[in-house]
Design a binder for this molecule. Structure first.
Ligand SMILES: *Cc1c(COP(=O)(O)O)cnc(C)c1O
Length: 394
């Protein structure tokens, strides 16, 4: 569905973009579990390989089911190009490996996914790409960290687990003033709630594992942006080095995209109510949710997002022991670090997702021992409240 024919709405694109029926006239998108493709002749094979003739060659880089997912997600982010990857982490890695070289420098928010920190710190550094981490809110710190060799600014917004909001437009301006690219991990909002490219970002990263799937089934990722950047160096890396998405996973994610906006509305609605409810509970000392007026960047979130998201974090009195008692007393919430699932998940960040940080690093990052993160699912709201009330009583 091209943008010029008409301009279909978000939900129409989510249901229909990218589909091309085969001669069987199937209604749903087919899965193509094939590693390679046959050519009509030796000459046709040569034309495909030389790039003279477009078409499928080998499923590491050309698969019709994966392509449908890529085109649909590109349409939802209003981007020229999307490249699907095996995981969210390989999307970040493919972006860096494709676009950067030894000697280049990254400035990253310090409030990014744990594995992203390790990728930058342990692995990219080995190949001569250094990263400086800065407090997400501090625009002056971002600017001060930029060096002549800086090529890329990286962030997540809202951040995990404290839901800090970064000003994408301001950081895009800063990046471009210094000839850098702004890369935004849009995992928490998805294009249903936030479109970073429209705010000036150059590349959007997804862990499709989370809300794009929405039911906790498959691991996958995506890089979204311009044809020049994503269709060039990022696709080139993926095609050669091979962290590709499987056709089956692409099919699951396609089905996920069809209900994305309905699910995100429901996640936001329940999370908003839960955040309000938590604020009124004895034993809860602080609630972090961008939809609360008490959130320091509430106004920015309201401007930049069309919903406040499904993640709520809160602090309980009594530190780690109290947080663990609360988590262990719940019966509906799943104790797992995943998020973006129909099933509500509950996590103690200080001893799981942020457990590899030192006590001091955790303190700097604001991860208190009494902090609990809830990724609000699609269960009946009253049941979730009752479950957490049971936890709070414990
Ligand atoms: C989960 C996650 C990732 C990594 O994605 P995988 O699919 O697990 O590799 C990256 N960024 C954020 C914000 C995430 O939540």
């Amino acid at each position: 569905m091209s943008e010029t024919e008409s301009s279909p709405g978000f939900d129409t694109l989510a249901v229909r973009a990218g589909q091309q029926r085969t001669g069987e006239l199937e209604h749903a998108e087919p899965i193509f579990p094939t590693s390679s493709y046959v050519f009509e002749s030796a000459a046709a094979a040569a034309a495909r390989f030389s790039g003279e003739q477009p078409g499928n060659i080998y499923s590491r880089f050309t698969n019709p089911t994966v392509r449908t997912f890529e085109q649909r997600l590109a349409a939802l982010e209003n981007a020229e190009r999307c490249v699907a990857t095996a995981s969210g982490m390989s999307a970040i890695y493919a972006t860096c490996a494709g676009l950067l070289a030894a000697g280049d420098h990254i400035v990253s928010s310090r409030s990014v996914f744990g594995s992203t920190t390790l990728l930058f710190d342990n692995y990219l550094r080995k190949f001569g790409i250094d990263t400086t981490f800065v407090p997400q809110q501090d625009l002056a710190a971002w600017e001060a960290a930029i060096q002549p060799r800086t090529r890329l600014l990286f962030l997540e917004t809202p951040s995990n687990p404290l839901t800090e909001i970064a000003d994408i437009a301001a950081l895009a301006q800063l990046a471009h003033a210094h000839d850098c690219l702004l890369v935004v991990d849009n995992c928490f909002c998805t294009p249903a709630l936030q479109r970073p490219l429209a705010l000036g970002a150059d590349i959007v990263i997804h862990s499709a594992t989370k809300y794009l799937d929405g039911q906790g089934r498959c691991v996958g990722g995506a890089v979204v942006g311009s044809e020049a950047l994503v269709g060039g160096a990022v696709y080139g890396f993926l095609r050669t080095c091979g962290p590709s998405m499987s056709p089956f996973n692409a099919w699951v994610f396609l089905k996920g995209l069809e209900t994305l906006s309905l699910r995100m509305q429901a996640h936001c609605h329940s999370a908003g109510r839960l955040a309000q409810w938590l604020q009124e509970q004895a034993g809860v000392t602080r609630v972090f949710y961008p939809g609360l007026e008490s959130h320091p960047q509430h106004a920015l979130a309201a401007r930049q997002q069309s919903g406040f998201g499904g993640i709520v974090a809160f602090e309980v009195e009594g530190g780690q022991a109290a947080a663990w008692r609360l988590i262990d007393a719940t019966r509906i919430c799943s104790i797992t670090a995943n998020l973006g699932d129909a099933k509500t998940t509950i996590t103690h960040p200080a001893t799981t997702t942020h457990g590899r940080l030192s006590q001091q690093q955790r303190q700097e990052a604001g991860i208190a021992d009494g902090l609990v993160r809830v990724a609000v699912g699609l269960e009946t709201f009253e049941d979730l409240c009752a479950d957490l009330a049971r936890g709070l009583k414990a």
